[in-house]
Write a protein that binds this ligand. Structure first.
Ligand code: SF4
Length: 62
C-alpha cells in the first residue's frame, strides 16, 4: 500500500523526505519503507545522506 506521507516517517534525517523526486512511502503492518521513483533499485539503503539525484522539494509542496 502506498500513501503520500505517513505520520511517522522512518529515518527522519534522510534526504529523501526533502527530495522533489518525490519518494513514495510504502506501509506494511510493521514498517514504512521509502521508495525512490528515480533509482533502479527503488529502495536505497536508509538513511540517505548524499544522493546524486537529489533535488530539493519546493517549499510547501507535498
Ligand atoms: S533521488 Fe535520492 S534523495 Fe531523492 S528520493 Fe531518490 S534516493 Fe532519495
Amino acid at each position: 500500500m502506498t500513501t503520500p506521507r505517513p505520520e511517522s516517517l522512518p529515518f527522519p534525517e534522510s534526504l529523501c523526505h526533502r527530495c522533489a523526486a518525490p519518494p513514495r512511502y510504502v506501509e506494511t503492518r510493521t514498517s514504512v519503507f521509502i521508495m525512490c521513483p528515480l533509482l533502479p533499485g527503488k529502495y536505497p539503503p536508509q538513511p540517505v545522506r548524499a544522493c546524486a539525484l537529489f533535488r530539493p522539494a519546493e517549499a510547501g509542496a507535498k
